[in-house]
Design a protein around this ligand. Structure first.
Ligand code: SF4
Length: 366
């Protein structure tokens, strides 16, 4: 098959595929904190919240965040009434901070509608931060609408089912059409969750367990004898590297200076160590000129590395004892507050690196 895969052959087998998949799921479904137990009515707030939190990350990473959100804001109106800083702090560590802002904006929009989420995909998509995937997932799982969410796991399953001969990134429309052709009119939410579970536990990226898979009788990649050869890989473009420095000004009691990033742009409104801009080139060893206060700065060994969507970052970390005036827009953070203060992942790494004095660093200093 080529990338011009037709959804037709699978559509014709849809009833059988769906029946087998649901039978499998009824016996093998994962129990997840946000999932309604069999027979219970799903809560759209929980479904939406979990789907937003789960974007770009794993069930394991999200579970404690989900529990915190539900404890603090048990209903969408509670989340809507929360200060944005509290939402961003609760989100810190999950990355993609525009999502925290959209999460809050969406909660407000739903609260204004009386706290009820719309049930159809188009109306869901009109909400802040709700893209095609989330709209389809909420419509299917919370409202049992005939919708076909396609996340990375489901895209991989479809690519294998059809032995798609092109990378996923070049085949989004084809994959969406095949997924839509498979979505059943009844139990669409269960079917979508079944595919998610197959992707997570059976049709894994490496070593798919085809023997345990309910899709095997209709899977072209299985028939090919080399299911792992799908999805086809695209060319990987190296990411440009940016560099910068952060400054760990610490008191004798361990507290250190921090500040909040601007409300717009990368890592918006998260807390960070003061530092330089992140640029394409280093300043030739003069990073300390960007320090927020005058102190006896010492560059720690190693660098902190982080990969963002569009670039890779290397941060030099400087440390110095400091107990004088707090510069404008800066504040003290005690070491035990780091988890709750709203630091992004890269800044948590930088703080840990500084507290460890650069021990355990892997990167080379610039
Ligand atoms: Fe994936 Fe194998 Fe199932 Fe095909 S049969 S969907 S390759 S686990």
């Amino acid at each position: 098959m080529t990338e011009h895969v037709s959804a037709k052959p699978l559509e014709e087998k849809r009833d059988a595929i769906v029946a087998r998949t649901l039978r499998w799921w009824d016996g093998a479904r994962r129990s997840l904190p946000w999932r309604a137990e069999p027979g219970a009515t799903p809560d759209p707030y929980r479904v939406w919240l979990s789907e937003i939190l789960l974007q770009q990350t794993t069930v394991q990473a999200v579970t404690p965040y989900y529990r915190t959100f539900l404890e603090r804001w048990p209903a969408v109106e509670d989340l809507a009434a929360a200060p944005i800083e509290a939402v961003i702090s609760a989100f810190a560590g999950l990355g993609y901070y525009s999502r925290a802002r959209n999460l809050h904006a969406c909660a407000k929009a739903v609260a204004e509608r009386g706290g009820r989420f719309p049930s159809d995909e188009a109306a869901l998509r009109a909400l802040p931060g709700v893209g095609a995937y989330t709209a389809a997932a909420v419509a299917a799982i919370a409202f049992d609408r005939q919708a076909a969410p396609v996340d990375g796991n489901i895209a991989r399953i479809v690519a294998r089912l059809t032995a798609l001969d092109a990378p996923i990134a070049e085949s989004r429309k084809t994959i969406a059409a095949v997924a839509a052709a498979l979505a059943p009119a009844r139990r669409a939410g269960d079917f979508a969750q079944a595919l998610m579970d197959i992707g997570a536990t059976v049709c894994r990226p490496r070593a798919p367990d085809c023997r345990a898979c309910p899709l095997r009788p209709d899977c072209a990649a299985f028939r090919s004898g080399a299911p792992e050869a799908y999805p086809r890989k695209g060319a990987v473009k190296p990411k440009p590297r940016r560099m910068g420095a952060v400054f760990f000004a610490h008191r004798a009691d361990g507290a250190f200076l921090a500040r909040r990033r601007p409300p717009k742009g990368l890592l918006a409104s998260t807390v960070e160590l003061p530092g330089t801009a992140w640029t394409g080139e280093g300043p030739g060893g003069a990073w300390a000129e960007g320090a927020p206060v005058e102190a006896r700065w010492r560059r720690l060994p190693g660098v902190v590395e982080q990969v963002f969507t569009h670039f890779a970052l290397s941060l030099n970390v400087y440390a110095a004892p400091y107990d004088r005036a707090v510069p404008e827009r800066h504040f003290w953070v005690a070491p035990h507050e780091v988890g709750e203060a709203g630091f992004s992942n890269v800044m948590r790494k930088a703080v840990r690196h500084a507290i460890d004095g650069g021990r355990g660093a892997s990167g080379q200093p610039s």
